[in-house]
Design a protein around this ligand. Structure first.
Ligand code: NAD
Length: 459
């Protein structure tokens, strides 16, 4: 996974190295050495913090739970990234996710570096009291390396507002006097969280798709028709017709993305499939997403996974196997679950011509290459799922200013920022043969390289 990120960064550096207009005062051997330094700096984390949290469980047993906090790069500002609560968390995954945060923040002009955390546990198997203790212990173990101007964690898979509230409160008691509101983002609004933060990632994911397929394609139609570019062809073929959408994952990101698609007045979408860890639900005439959101809110975030539960939800759908969502006959596949979902084993069966990465790294390197060669548009994670970190930045700012924005103001600011990034990247993407991921990486790497050069870090 990390190899994939590293190799795309290396390709980006190679392209920039050849472009003599980029940091033009670096020439010859000095240029070569500076780019070698850049590769070394960007492909390794600044620091990996690891601990084993000692947790007395409610049944009297004491366990030691592995926990990580990775600081990838802070050239652009304090480290920033979520804390994942999941049984499959491992060091390599956390390092890669921190790396992606560095690139994501650079891409969208968010003044933060890249960090990430993880705790190896299945939160559904732990009681509330145990989760509270685990969250507090995480802060106790890492209190010296996190903080409002050092490293600002946020929620990720398996964690949410509740955990951020607990963690912020623990940080406040360990480090009295510091501006504690800025120590964590993704908190509840009552505790200094931002309006719109919970929906921000899902709304942003849908926005990137809608902006490309509606606003951008319609505005630049003539240019796109006249150029010979496979991705432009795909976008044109999919524009202005009813598109069938499947969404994998129905948690914080997936449920909001599905609802946005369902409600969108600009595109004649039909959300025909959604899935979660248990099941895929399918209806070729379109699913009743609001009822599914309501059902999952009342049922610990789960979709109805039996005939009985479907009847209870009032939703008409076929029950399919969990992974069938990926290979259904749809136009658009929105991935909002976990890593490595589209891979060499299923890439040839993917029928969608547009993939949107709500999750981080849901498409493996091999599948990415295969699908790009086919002209499939893949809106990559660092572009599509940045809504969370952008609104986290607004939350951090609001905590500092103790001035709070309305939900409407938040979404206007969020979409403006994402639109600005899309307008920077899309003309390049539709004009050259590189993937959208590669184009995004080049932009991020350009930003990071310039900053590192100006900070004198390449000698
Ligand atoms: P979540 O825990 O709220 O939801 C995860 C969803 O995926 C659940 O519906 C779960 O049932 C489902 N799922 C788990 N395993 C699955 C499987 N094998 N097949 C199908 N579905 C499966 O998590 P989330 O916050 O929605 O995050 C989802 C993804 O988005 C993660 O990759 C995360 O890193 C990324 N992300 C989240 C945010 C955020 O703000 N929450 C921001 C950026 C990126």
């Amino acid at each position: 996974m990390q190899e994939q990120t590293r190799s795309i960064v290396q390709l980006s550096l190679d392209a920039l190295m050849q472009d003599s207009t980029f940091i033009s005062d670096l020439e010859g051997e000095t240029r070569q050495k500076a780019f070698t330094s850049l590769a070394a700096i960007l492909s390794t984390p600044n620091k990996i913090h690891k601990s084993f949290l000692r947790i007395p469980l409610e049944d009297g047993q004491v366990v030691r739970i592995p926990a990580f906090r990775v600081h990838h790069n802070d050239a652009l500002g304090p480290y920033k990234g979520g804390i994942r609560f999941h049984e499959s968390v491992n060091e390599e995954e956390v390092v890669n996710l921190a790396f992606l945060m560095t690139l994501k923040n650079a891409l969208h002009g968010v003044p933060f570096g890249g960090g990430k955390g993880g705790i190896v546990l299945n939160p559904r198997a732990r009681t509330t009291k145990e989760l509270n203790l685990i969250s507090k212990k995480y802060v106790q173990y890492f209190a010296d390396v996190i903080g409002p101007d050092k490293d600002i964690p946020a929620p990720d898979v398996g964690s949410g507002e509740r955990e951020m509230d607990w963690m912020m409160a623990e940080y406040k008691s360990i480090k009295p006097g510091l501006p504690y509101r800025g120590s964590f983002t993704g908190k509840s609004v009552l505790n200094g969280g931002s309006l719109g933060r919970r929906e921000a990632t899902g709304k942003g994911v849908y926005f990137t798709y809608r902006y490309m397929m509606h606003d951008y394609v319609n505005k630049h139609r003539e240019d796109l028709v006249s150029i010979n570019n496979p991705f432009a062809q795909t976008a044109l073929q999919a524009s202005n017709r009813s598109l069938k959408i499947a969404v994998q994952g129905f948690g914080n990101v997936g449920s909001v993305t599905a609802l946005e698609a369902f409600q969108c007045p600009m595109l004649p979408n039909k959300v025909v499939a959604v899935s979660d860890r248990n099941i895929t639900l399918f209806n070729e005439n379109g699913l009743d997403i609001p009822s599914l959101v309501e059902f999952s809110a009342k049922n610990k975030g789960e979709l109805p996974s039996s005939r009985h539960a479907l009847t209870e939800s009032g939703v008409r759908a076929e029950l399919l196997d969990r992974d069938e969502v990926l290979t259904l006959d749809v136009d658009v596949l929105m991935l909002a679950a976990l890593e490595d979902q589209v891979h060499s084993g299923n890439m040839e069966k993917i029928k969608a011509s547009i993939l949107v990465e709500g999750a981080n790294a849901p498409v493996t390197a091999e599948a990415d290459e295969f699908l790009n060669k086919k002209g499939t548009i893949i809106i990559p994670d660092i572009l599509a799922n940045a809504g969370g970190v952008i609104v986290s930045y607004f939350e951090w700012l609001q905590g500092r200013e103790t001035q709070f924005y309305s939900e409407d103001q938040i979404f206007v600011k969020l979409f403006n920022k994402m639109q600005h990034t899309m307008d920077t990247i899309l003309p390049q993407y539709f004009g050259d043969p590189h993937s959208l991921r590669q184009n995004c990486y080049i932009h991020s790497v350009m930003k990071l390289s310039t900053i590192l050069y100006k900070q004198g870090k390449l000698y």
